[in-house]
Design a protein. Sequence first.
Length: 119
Amino acid sequence: MLRPIKNEQQYEDALERVYALMQKEMTEGSKESDELEVLSILIKEYESEHYVVPQPNPLDAIKFRMEQMNMSDAELSDILGYRSRKSEILSGKRKLNLAMIRKIREKLQIPAEVLIQAY
């Protein structure tokens, strides 16, 4: 019987069961398939409560995303408007404004909640 995961041992047991289920060939809608789906939901809920991952610093997120997209500094300057503004932003001398956040969110696909954090 499936129950909520309330401690680390139950979490580890659930992970082991998920692993075992994933090794099997299942058909959609089977009892084991449903068990896998429910266990995955329970594990996700436990992890979101006990293994909180902090959001990245906005500047680190921009730099990381630029690297992922093989974006040059010049391309970021085009998004922000001026070359000097880009260097001021990335050095932390200037804060992102709302227009910049909107453009970066659109072009780099970085969530707004990451970009609006204090840094």
